[in-house]
Design a binder for this molecule. Structure first.
Ligand SMILES: [Mg+2]
Length: 262
């Protein structure tokens, strides 16, 4: 094994990463939960892999290299968690709420009508969560989220999600995002693919590399093409061209990219 080569990543992926790293201008972006941080039972307990975040921060310092973390979390929540691993995240952009929350002023740009709809949807979900112990509602600047990961059993989690799909999800103006054990109801249009389009355009990049683990990341993968690299983290159906076994290998992918860019 040559120095600097990874014994854990598929050879085809390593070759693709080397080719990508040689391009003039690139965007390197990753989801947070399930990628930079292992999945945990309680979202507030999530902790990023310090080595993976360090590699992303180092990549951000390389010329013509834009880096971003694109998460379903509210941006303020994401920023607090990233700060634990990297107190100074330097040039790493944070995009919250499934690709809609690019900056801190986002919440102030929601209209009164959207705010009223959000309050109604959050109340609807609250009534559902009250019927199923362990489920909970999270409110973000433009969305409300039903979390069922800690429901008593599968029947309860399925029933709670179904009530949400048939109820508040059908309100006019509500945009639905399905995730693993979560249903997110937004009052504005969302999509991680849209965020990647913006990052690509802003940096005039030749290619984008994106890592994601959840069904919501398929939207991001669907916006990738040509020299781009799409990497599914973990099990599950995907349209991504590459796959790694789990979040423990995300840092390795970023390290290979960092060495290539240097
Ligand atoms: Mg995820």
């Amino acid at each position: 094994m040559a120095t600097g080569e990874s014994p854990q990543l598929p050879a085809e992926l390593i070759a693709a990463l080397h080719a990508f790293a040689a391009l003039p201008t690139v965007v390197v972006a990753s989801d947070f939960d399930g990628c930079l941080a292992p999945i945990v039972a309680h979202p507030t307990d999530a902790r990023a892999d310090p080595a993976a975040v360090a590699a992303l921060v180092a990549l951000a310092a390389v010329p013509a290299t834009t880096t971003a973390i694109v998460s379903g979390r509210a941006r303020a929540d994401l920023a607090a968690l990233v700060a634990i691993a990297a107190p100074d995240r330097c040039g790493v952009a944070l995009v919250g709420s499934h690709g809609t929350e690019f900056d801190d002023d986002f919440a102030t740009r929601i209209t009164d009508a959207e705010r009223a709809l959000l309050a109604q949807v959050a109340a609807d979900l609250g009534e559902i969560a009250a019927q199923f112990p362990g489920t909970m509602v999270e409110t973000k600047p433009a969305s409300a989220v039903l979390h069922v990961r800690n429901a008593a059993d599968r029947a309860h989690s399925d029933a709670a999600l179904e009530l949400a799909r048939r109820g508040p999800a059908t309100r006019p103006g509500v945009h639905v995002t399905e995730g693993k054990a979560v249903l997110e109801l937004a009052v504005i249009e969302t999509g991680k693919g849209h965020a990647l389009d913006l990052l690509r355009a802003q940096s005039d990049a030749d290619a984008v590399c994106y890592l994601g683990d959840d069904v919501t990341d398929e939207n991001a993968f669907s916006h990738l093409r040509g020299s781009d690299i799409s990497i599914k983290v973990g099990d599950g159906n995907t349209i991504a061209r590459h796959r790694i076994a789990g979040p423990n290998l995300v840092g390795e992918v970023l390290r290979v990219l960092l060495e290539g860019r240097r």
